[in-house]
Design a protein around this ligand. Structure first.
Ligand code: CP3
Length: 344
């Protein structure tokens, strides 16, 4: 039997002297080849729905750097669009969506069974990637967590403090919860189809989990992640799941046990030594180099990379950034990070 892929071994609980490595937003604007393909596609959403070109940009960082995993090129906001929300991107500003603040807005959303009509090109992208990826590279599918997706659907845009979503939760909790349930169900079907099309791992991005406090974190971050993970593992026994409740802080502790995810991705607001002591005790962790090192480089990058590898070497670890790489990053710094991890 061929040796299992490095990333899948880490997810199965194996500690490795050199951890597998990939990078959030590894296909993106810091790469000249990405900018060229994006220009060919037109705008960002056209690129997401063009399976050939989306597969191409997914492969670009694999060719350039030989990462241990490829992440599907798509966006967490395609699910709201597939549910019937309007979605567009304003250059230099970010996403815009039609807002959901009233029961009438919610009533306009379509049923979960209709999402695949919009999302079929995404599954085609995965089928192409399954054919074209090197045999040692794992293929990661993903979706946004219900809370994070809801924050964009409610506000119609990104918000610094998720104020509109917190307000709706306080003012019309039944509507807020109905929206989360709709997104949860859509996410289960979307990820399930991604797995059928070739995703070997799925990751749930809860970028705004950190703004949920106390019981809200249990109900709206942890519980939806548990439901999605349980449903996927029932339909696809053995499928590994990575959870990323970004900026969860203390609430990273016990997250894997409570949700059933195989790996907890951590941001760089926590130290790798703390992660080793309190999170890695329950299994695989992913992270957590600060993205700014991809802009600044140098000895600081090398020192922090080594510190993370050393701190997390005692258990299963996937090396990654603490959040996505930014457009102003220098591609040479990405190579320096990889060389440092692999020489460690
Ligand atoms: O990681 C990868 O390389 C895979 C593809 C991926 C994208 N977005 C492509 C993208 C993934 C996994 C995402 C996740 C995503 N999208 C999240 C969760 C992770 C996180 O970063 O917190 C969120 C909140 C979004 C929503 C989103 N998409 C925003 C807020 C923006 C605008 C900000 C920005 O960075 O431009 C996007 C656009 C986006 N998604 C780009 C890419 C490559 C840039 C689009 C472009 O080419 O102009």
């Amino acid at each position: 039997m061929a040796e299992q892929k490095k990333l899948l071994r880490a997810l199965a609980g194996e500690k490795q002297h050199v951890p597998p490595i990939w990078m959030m937003r590894q296909a993106g604007r810091y790469l000249p080849e990405y900018r060229a393909t994006r220009a060919q596609a037109g705008d960002f959403l056209s690129l997401c729905y063009n399976s050939e070109l989306a597969a191409e940009v997914t492969l670009q960082p694999i060719r350039r750097y030989g990462f241990d995993a490829a992440i599907l090129f798509a966006d967490i906001l395609l699910v709201p669009q597939a549910l019937g929300a309007d979605l567009w991107f304003v250059t230099g500003e970010g996403p815009r969506l039609s807002t959901i603040t009233t029961d009438a807005d919610f009533a306009k959303l379509g049923p979960v069974s209709d999402i695949h009509e919009t999302l079929n090109p995404i599954y085609d992208t995965l089928r192409i990637l399954k054919q074209e990826l090197p045999s040692e590279t794992a293929l990661i599918g993903f979706a946004g967590a219900p809370w994070t997706v809801a924050t964009y659907m409610i506000a119609g845009r990104g918000t610094p403090d998720q104020g509109p979503a917190h307000a709706l939760k306080a003012e019309n909790r039944p509507l807020f919860e109905a929206l989360l349930t709709r997104i949860t169900e859509a996410t289960i079907d979307y990820l399930s189809k991604q797995i059928e099309a070739g995703a070997e791992v799925v990751k749930i991005f809860d970028s705004w989990a950190g703004s949920l406090k106390g019981e809200d974190f249990q109900k709206y971050a942890l519980e939806p992640c548990r439901q999605i993970t349980a449903a996927l593992k029932e339909r696809h026994p053995g499928i590994p799941v990575i959870g990323f409740p970004r900026e969860a802080g203390d609430k990273y502790i016990g997250f894997a046990k409570a949700t059933g995810v195989d790996c907890v991705a951590v941001d760089n607001s926590v130290t790798p030594e703390w992660v080793a002591e309190y999170v890695q005790v329950d299994g695989c962790v992913q992270g957590n180099l600060a993205s700014r090192h991809m802009v600044t480089g140098g000895q600081d990058l090398i020192d922090d990379t080594r510190r993370i590898v050393n701190a997390l070497r005692g258990g299963p670890h996937i090396f990654n950034l603490g959040h996505g790489i930014t457009p102003d990053a220098d591609p040479d710094n990405v190579q320096l990070m990889i060389d440092t991890v692999r020489e460690a």
